[in-house]
Ligand binder design. Sequence first.
Ligand SMILES: Cc1ncc(COP(=O)(O)O)c(C=O)c1O
Length: 418
Amino acid sequence: MTVSDREVLLGLESFGDAVYFVDRAAFVANVERFRAAFQRAYARANLGYSVKTNYLPYFCRQAHALGCYSEVVSEMEYALVRALGVPGDRIIVNGPYKSAAFLRRALDEGAIVNLDAAYEIAALEELAADGDRSKRPWRLGLRCNVEIGGARVSRFGFDAEGGNLRASAERLRRLPGAELVALHSHVCTRARSVAEYEELADKLIALADDLFGDRGPEMINLGGGFFSEMPEGMRATFGAEIPTFDEYGSALGAKMAKRYGAGGPELVLEPGLAILATAMHFACEVIDIKKLGDRTFVSTSGSIYNIKPTKSRRKLPMRVIHRERAPVVECRGADLAGYTCMEDDILHEGFDGPIAVGDVIVFDNVGAYTVVLKPPFIKTCPPVVGYDEASGAFFVVKREEADSDVFATFAMDGGVLR
Ligand SMILES: Cc1ncc(COP(=O)(O)O)c(C=O)c1O
């Protein structure tokens, strides 16, 4: 799925020389297809919307409306989804840094809090001793650190193999007014293969047997890390099999069904990239084309920070919309370069084909880890807009950042002591 040429050109005319476009149809289809793939094999499956992957309220609200949990990893994300009207009991709190005040707020409001380290248990023991707390039982989970493929792949959670997890579970069970209800794990390996997720599921089910006995916990949460869907050209660049949503879902759902039958723990998945990558597109304009020695640089009004802030060299699906405003240059192996002063600000290496100043370049698969990671480096963040077919009008999802938004946190007198 992509955004039409007409929408892109209209959007640039209305909003400036670089614009993100949301793709509601792609987002909803991804959520529903991903979840259905698991539910076909195990009906009690649901998603936690990975808020950090893209915390635009546009997506957070829709994920909540679609029945997903909101999965947050910080107090800021928690505050955001609460402000958007998500009730505490539809929130899953993960992450390695939780202040005592945050733990208390989230637990008193009914969120499931997956603990990552022993300092959190110590904080809870202190908080539990305080009489002034809500009547609702605290709902806790433990993040399990397990080896996958013979290697430890994560710095997060409690050591499941060394006995640390079991001791922590026992400590939590002694905590007054608290229930241990969930086991969680999130691993992100290079291969993201079905076999690795099967190993993860086996390990979590075995841990659940050990810690919870026959009925299991209320929730088994296998985290995210799944591949998104992508066009054939992009698949080929991974040099390995890219599993489909159906392959992930049928394999992991089958593990749960085999162990628990139909009515076991809720199986939660936290796909970020998998459901968001194709839900946004980015368009920018060609501002100049220059040849330096044997290299051709196509300078643009976008940046690698807009589409791949981690500076990955992976080529995103892209296309050029010709506007016929200037003479066409036939390129071979050109670099599509960004507006910053960094040499490595290259949005796309090795472009072949005709292109001209004024043409528009559209990048797909930019919905995950882009607007949330884009630094205020050199230039502000472009607007994010959507197009409403019914009214034929655009709506603003995130307005263009103003310079003053960036300056707002500065002491403009330099913070100089007088
Ligand atoms: C706990 C947790 N859940 C879900 C995700 C989403 O991961 P991905 O975007 O790879 O699916 C992450 C990402 O780091 C995570 O840490």
